[in-house]
Design a protein around this ligand. Structure first.
Ligand code: MRU
Length: 367
């Protein structure tokens, strides 16, 4: 998608064998390209959230294995790289999914062939992610079109949480892809952007990419969504996901659950967009089984932003000395979700719904 009118992706291989990313800790105030040359660089980029968003951290981890194989392609190094990447962030299953996929290819190869094979597999995962997000965009835009048909030309009002746009994937995004496709189809949309404390992915990243794409949007405080829904100002709530159980429970950025509760109370459709790599077919109870990342309390007590002179400052917003807890994700039970949007189409947030789209899983699970 666009930055300053030019198409970009979030990650790409450099000609010299390194990997380059847009450093998302610098957005929206500066567009900075960071180089990843080693496994350490990749683990740090994921943990410190220079790259973030479930599909993107999966793709980055795949490239991390390629960089690890450049330094040492033995079995021990492969096992250690895979272990370190998998624990770099625990909630988004795309990370372990991508690592397991690359390892399943490399493990059968002689060490001398592993770096090239890892690079090919990482590139393939990235391309598949772009295609999946594009397809999610088409399926989700059909949903937006249905709503638009009832609005007499007035914009479809969509509320989103966190950033599930192209910055969270390789390109297009998940929850924002339908908005970009709807815009391309000439459908008027306006997006309510939850700021998404504590790291402000909504205010910093979603607002940035919608602005760059020319999509009408308004940033709101995280607590405003329920009020807007009660007053008929939201036609559709649309978020991404970090992990979806086979029963349709969804882990996503902290605060998603509260938006789903408010949506149910106000009869606002609440949809979740994600590719198949976000579905964890092993799990049946999201609240009990999905690991929730806890990050440092300083992300809650401190905030950074641009001063009037353009310089970046970090300030404390809390009472000095008070401890803070920082739960990064929560789980929305499938019963609160109107529907899932995947690259294969839309379905109920339930086991029957998901198996209807992914019938090969029925055979694998012997159901
Ligand atoms: O902590 P983050 O910024 O990685 O969290 C991102 C989200 O919660 C997204 O909604 C999710 O990964 C879906 S991204 C297409």
């Amino acid at each position: 998608m666009l930055i300053d009118g030019k198409p970009h992706r979030t990650i790409w291989p450099a000609p010299d064998g390194a990997v380059e990313i847009i450093d998302q800790t610098r957005l929206p105030h500066a567009v900075v390209i960071a180089r990843l040359e080693t496994l350490d660089d990749v683990v740090r980029a994921i943990a410190d959230m220079q790259v973030r968003g479930a599909p993107l951290i999966g793709v980055t981890a795949a490239w991390g294995l390629a960089l690890a194989m450049r330094a040492d392609s033995g079995d021990g190094a492969l096992a250690e790289a895979s272990r370190r990447l998998k624990v770099s962030r625990p909630t988004a299953v795309n990370l372990a999914w991508a690592v397991d996929r690359v390892v399943s290819v490399l493990i059968h190869l002689l060490p001398a062939h592993r770096e090239a094979a890892a690079r090919a597999e990482a590139a393939a995962i990235a391309e598949e992610d772009v295609a999946a997000c594009r397809a999610i965009g088409e399926h989700g835009a059909d949903l937006i079109a249905d709503i638009a048909a009832r609005k007499d030309g007035r914009p479809v009002e969509i509320l989103t949480h966190c950033n599930a746009g192209w910055l969270a994937t390789v390109d297009w995004g998940t929850a924002l892809a339908p908005i970009y496709v709807a815009q391309a189809r000439g459908i008027a949309v306006h997006v309510w952007v939850d700021e998404t404390r504590p790291r402000n992915q909504g205010a910093a990243l979603t607002a940035f990419e919608l602005g760059q794409q020319g999509v009408a949007h308004t940033i709101i405080a995280d607590n405003a969504g329920g009020h807007l829904m009660q007053h008929g100002r939201v036609d559709l709530a649309l978020t991404g996901a970090d992990r979806i159980t086979r029963t349709g429970d969804v882990a996503n950025k902290i605060g998603t659950y509260l938006k789903a509760l408010a949506a149910v109370d106000s009869a606002v459709p609440f949809h979740v967009a994600a590719p198949a790599s976000t579905i964890d077919w092993r799990l049946s109870d999201g609240v009990a089984q999905i690991p929730i990342e806890e990050r440092g309390g300083e992300e809650v007590t401190h905030i950074s932003g641009a001063l009037a002179d353009g310089s970046i400052a970090r300030v404390q917003v809390s009472a000095p000395g008070s401890p803070a807890a920082n739960f990064a994700f929560d789980v929305t039970p499938g019963r609160l979700i109107t529907g899932l949007i995947t690259e294969r189409g839309r379905c109920d947030a339930s086991e029957a719904g998901l198996l209807g789209l992914y019938s090969e899983r029925r055979r694998l699970a012997g159901i």
